[in-house]
Design a protein around this ligand. Sequence first.
Ligand code: NAD
Length: 488
Amino acid sequence: MALIDGMSRLLIDGKLTPGGAGGFATVNPATEEVLGEAANADAADMDLAIDAARRAFDGTDWSTNTALRVRCVRQLRDALQGHVEELRELTIAEVGAPRMLTAGAQLEGPIADLGFAADTAERYEWTQDLGQAAPLGIPTRRSVVREAVGVVGAITPWNFPHQINLAKLGPALAAGNAIVLKPAPDTPWVAAVIGELIAEHTDIPPGVVNIVTSTDHALGAMLAKDPRVDMVSFTGSTATGRSVMADAAATVKKVFLELGGKSAFVVLDDADLAAACSVAGFSVCLHAGQGCAITTRLVVPRARYDEAVAIAAGTMGSIKPGDPTKPGTVCGPVISARQRDRVQSYLDLALAEGGEFACGGGRPADQPAGFFIEPTVIAGLTNEARVAREEIFGPVLTVIAHDGDDDAVRIANDSPYGLSATVYGADADRAAGVAARLRAGTVNVNGGVWYSADMPFGGYKQSGNGREMGVAGFEEYLETKAIATAAN
Ligand code: NAD
């Protein structure tokens, strides 16, 4: 790939540097071929990166020079857009993302969304004048100032890496922070290329952005523990999120978590069952089900359970997992052999729990290479089954019967997670009433789309805390200072 000299280097203190632990292979999940080497950072590299970020935040005007930041974030957007075709091929190759998704959330969407972060900083009311008052009888002029938190440690997963990397970088930078990004070891190049573009196409001062690729998960823990880091912004599994939170406790740093999900797709008894169940089946196949907010529990009226299963299986059975480079592919590979085996272990568990497959259930026979899993509908289980409670992160849909609206709400909310939900129903008021009762951070009613730069995204319960994107996502990266000046 021509772009990218920096793909095998770290970005530390404005310089593209090799990894202290050498290199590691990055693999195409659709073919199992090694694409090349990424820089493998060690603890000393991470220490330098944190130090550089600290010095950049404390020693430059980055946090107070809003015009510079707005310009730099737009430069980054433009640099990414200027290389979008090379990035598209890289994303398909390294992430296994189907080509069609790169027009949206897998690439072009998050690049464009950097513009929203810059615009938000530009028009933000950094100082709010609360006027004069006399608290405790003392005349006082009061204002509330919002300012950057400081050094942000950003830790990201592999499933939508551009979206997650850029939804942290954009707002954190626009808000005035310095950042150390530690991406997932499965998708190092798509992060490292950002470092290359920052170094060569933006005026972002040295140390403001540091990108540290590594196979060593402990470097993420370093960010959570280090007293020089003011905030950790983490996206990944709930188990790792707990560990990040515990590691951050010693320094009481701000912790922002976007975690897992087991979201429900609720079909009310007046809904168009065929349309609803087809949409549910299709959406769980997108990017092989590797989306935290994908609705993986289809909750349908008991009287029409068999019909619903057949419709979902008809849709999913017709979607053949395959080559993500092809324009028509919806379902590519999962990211790794480890992830494929994990999904397979859940399929085995579904049978052990008494479920049955209405379609799929294993690896596709026509794909000898690559980490592919057949789109699978699991039927015959209740919401108590582990496959209905635990995140599988593959193209797997579990169909569950409900006995009316109250029961559907109960089932949808009966989950440790609360990331997302969908409701389909013919009566708009009734569907809206059900949506209002769901304990989830985003709700799609009858096919509405919540994914957009100005819409906050995040989870209730064990799906995380805080919000990414929207003005709320920008404000996650701000502190609040109340200034009281004696008015005598
Ligand atoms: P993961 O939790 O295994 O890893 C995520 C990141 O954390 C990686 O960069 C990893 O190196 C790092 N890490 C691992 N152990 C660590 C530790 N002890 N301390 C600090 N960092 C550590 O997740 P994954 O398998 O890469 O990604 C899949 C998970 O991410 C799924 O659970 C999915 O639901 C979740 N996810 C959530 C969202 C969201 O916005 N809610 C978005 C995408 C993915």
